[in-house]
Ligand binder design. Structure first.
Ligand SMILES: Cc1ncc(COP(=O)(O)O)c(C=O)c1O
Length: 383
């Protein structure tokens, strides 16, 4: 099967990811941070090593400022529900995933935050002027994705970092679609909170993710429980990562995530990006001229390897089913958990078919996909 659903979760993973996962379960099976015997210490070290690797990847000085979570959704809930207080104003965009929108909407509905949503244009582009103009006296933060999972738009986080610095507000970034393929430097970009998922371009297993919290940013933990530290305290320890990590961690998954980060470092993020860019460009070029194919997203400049499209009035679910059943091509149809982004690009009613490429895809697969789309277009023309 040609797997073009990497924006949902990357597949396959590098071989090392599978082997480290199994090796950790077999040989480092203790509970990390919950004992002093060698197996518990080995599991603890496995987790810590991944913290160090991620800190290096995101230019975080102190690896302990990164807490592991189950996914980006959990990290974003921690950030949104843990940082804002009644009276705070928050700015976000129409490109956001429901993992950002739903916690914000629920905070808004409970009267806990005032929300401004900056609307993207029909290519999925956000105006930085619009963001800056929306800042008001009680603005606490901008919560924004680094890259759209629908349009592939890349948000210039460094420029937004300059805006937040100028106005003394927080920058909370959803790096679900960027970590592993786009440079993230929390210091240089003035990122206060970075939420990431492990199972997409970081090549980790599902059930892994994390949150970086800049020193000095106050957060109230959403969950409380065992941390393996300060056990006599009635409240959750206030130090990171224990503040946000309670309960037994997914040590095998986190160790395997570390192997995914090693793979990125070894291969070079630039080389990964170059290959994925070539695939994306070849795909878009190959689709030009096919009757009724409409591609969404930025018409110029860079995008992530995500291409959403529609074929005339054909139901995206039908296109996706045909690609799967007749051509063994995996894509995702529908709303992509980003309803406002669909509204911005005009596909709120229809949804769209999303192709998302990864490092292990080949040019041959891209050519085959273009041929498949041509055949589907011809078939519907004849009908
Ligand atoms: C932009 C964006 N944010 C958040 C998420 C949520 O990631 P997870 O399902 O790993 O929590 C996704 C996943 O599709 C995403 O694309």
């Amino acid at each position: 099967m040609s797997y073009f659903d990497n924006a949902a979760t990357s597949y396959p993973k590098p071989d090392e990811v599978y082997s480290v996962l199994i090796e950790t379960m077999k040989n480092r099976g203790g509970n990390p941070g919950r004992g002093s015997h060698r197996m518990a210490l080995d599991a603890f070290r496995a987790v810590y090593e991944t913290r160090v690797k991620l800190a290096k990847l995101f230019n975080v000085d102190d690896p302990l400022r990164i807490a592991f979570t189950q996914n980006a959704t959990m990290s974003l809930n921690f950030a949104i529900k843990g940082v804002f207080k009644p009276g705070d104003h928050v700015i976000t965009t129409s490109l956001e995933h429901n993992s950002v929108l739903r916690p914000l909407f629920s905070m808004e509905q409970q009267g806990k935050v005032e929300l401004t949503i900056i609307e993207a244009d029909c290519q999925g582009i956000i105006s930085l002027d619009d963001i800056e103009e929306a800042i008001q006296e009680n603005t606490k933060a901008i919560v924004i994705t680094h890259a759209s999972n629908l349009t592939g738009t890349i948000i210039p986080i460094k420029k937004i970092g300059e805006i937040v610095k100028k106005h003394g507000i927080l920058l909370i970034v959803d790096a679900s679609q960027s970590a592993g393929i786009l440079e993230i430097d929390v210091k240089n970009m003035n990122i206060d909170i970075l939420c990431f998922t492990g199972h997409k371009s970081l090549f980790g297993p599902q059930g892994t993710g994390g949150i970086y919290l800049r020193k000095g940013v106050e957060i109230k933990p959403l969950m409380e429980g065992g941390s393996g530290s300060h056990s006599k305290l009635k409240r959750q320890p206030q130090e990171m990562p224990d503040l946000l990590e309670c309960g037994t961690l997914n040590a095998p998954g986190i160790a395997a995530l570390g192997a995914g980060v090693d793979f990125i470092m070894k291969t070079g993020m630039g080389n990964i990006r170059k290959h994925e860019n070539e695939l994306t460009e070849a795909f878009i070029k190959g689709l030009k001229g096919i009757d009724k194919v409409r591609i969404y997203g930025p018409e110029t400049g860079e995008r992530t390897p995500v291409v959403a499209l529609n074929m005339g009035n054909i139901d995206p679910a039908e296109v996706s089913a045909l690609l799967d059943e007749e051509y063994e091509i995996a894509v995702r149809p529908g709303m992509h958990c980003a309803p406002l982004a669909h509204r911005s690009i005009g596909t709120y009613e229809t949804g769209a078919v999303r192709f998302s490429f990864g490092y292990f895809n080949t040019k041959k697969e891209i050519s085959e996909a273009i041929e498949a789309i041509k055949e589907i277009a011809d078939y519907y023309k004849e009908k």
